[in-house]
Design a protein around this ligand. Sequence first.
Ligand code: NAP
Length: 420
Amino acid sequence: MDPEWGGPLKKRRHAAPGFSKAPPGVYNAPMKTHTFHMPTRIIFGNGEASRLAAHCAILGRRPLVVTGRRSARATGLLDRVLAQFPEAAVFEAVEENPGTAVCEDGARLCREAGCDFVLALGGGSPMDAAKVMAVLARNDVSCGELFGSDKYRNTPLPIAAVPTTAGTGSEVTPYSVLVDPVSGMKKTVKGTGLFPVVAVLDPEVTVPMPPAITVATGLDALSQAMEGFVSNASTPAGDALALEACRLVRRCLPVAAREPDNLDARGGMLQAAMLSGVVIAHSGTTVIHGMGYYYTLRFGLAHGLANGLLFPAVFAFNARHLPAKVAALADALGLKPASDAGPEALARRIHGGLTDFLREVGVSPAAADHGVDASMLAGFAEELAQDPYRFRNQPGTLDAPRLLALFQASHRGAFPELSP
Ligand code: NAP
């Protein structure tokens, strides 16, 4: 029998040329022990949101439908969904960047109405709030006690998710990101029970997104894929998905922003967002997310836009630490080859390519043009440098002066000049 197909393995004396070891610098460190777990059933297709009752039949008949304050009602999606679930209770009050209070309100309604599952319709904000409502419906704790990993005892109610933005990938992650009223910062609730059981990806429901929301959320998908790819916790399976997510965003986001009705571009972006979610479900995000929260919470920038304004500078930094990986990202993004082979040329290649991409989708790469106040950046850098959690996945070492240099480069949309 051919040994490649299950026959007796013979010890090879010599590895095949070029395959004896991984190319230097591809993985951040020797590959760590890890689990790759993706329990969500993903259904993709135009019009699939009109078949939700069938897709969710295994979960029950009486959902708590959780959505944002306006768009699902305004676009007619909520009515189409409620027509399929006559016994549903509805919670349509989730704000952008939700806090803990809204989750407790929704969980109360969920218990009172005797719902048997939670159905999230919306962007990352309603999906994240819905996940924690599902936890609180089965656990008699306050929302603040859930920050961290697996801080609940009883299995949450099952969750189904229909993303109406193409960005966060929350429909396939075990996370809920909420604003902690105590610190005023974003914190994560994490647990296997937060993975939606069913995710329905229907490109048609993302068509009503205006260009600014399309672009901001699409940049989040790109940031997550790139961050997950260079994360210290990256995995080979996640890396393969991350590169495909980057290719899809490169190809589809400019089209979706220009032609809102283009269902191929909308579908490509939903796939990219979902893939980026699977990536960060395993690798987590890097310092970009920690930095971006300041832009969002202090200046009101959309979550994905905040990340997009930071990724050129941070990836110029990453290029000096993980050149092989950053070069692979540059290739996936179709960037012009560098004139020179060194890390400095690569840093300029990735920075220039990402800032050009921002301009192509109508975004000025200078955070100053989006209302970010330069006088506050030093304070952000000092505070962030004190929080080791934000650096757990970040390659290289970033102290307060370097973080400030990256914030300042993002503020000007300029290349970060960092001392070695
Ligand atoms: P979002 O905050 O859910 O929504 C942004 C805006 O888009 C809202 O005004 C919303 O209106 C509107 N909108 C949503 N779908 C629309 C549609 N189809 N047509 C027209 N308008 C639409 O934005 P997001 O970027 O998707 O989510 C960001 C949140 O997700 C942040 O809190 C972030 O921290 C979190 N996040 C979570 C994860 C995770 O794994 N759990 C990952 C990344 C980010 P309505 O409010 O009226 O619906």
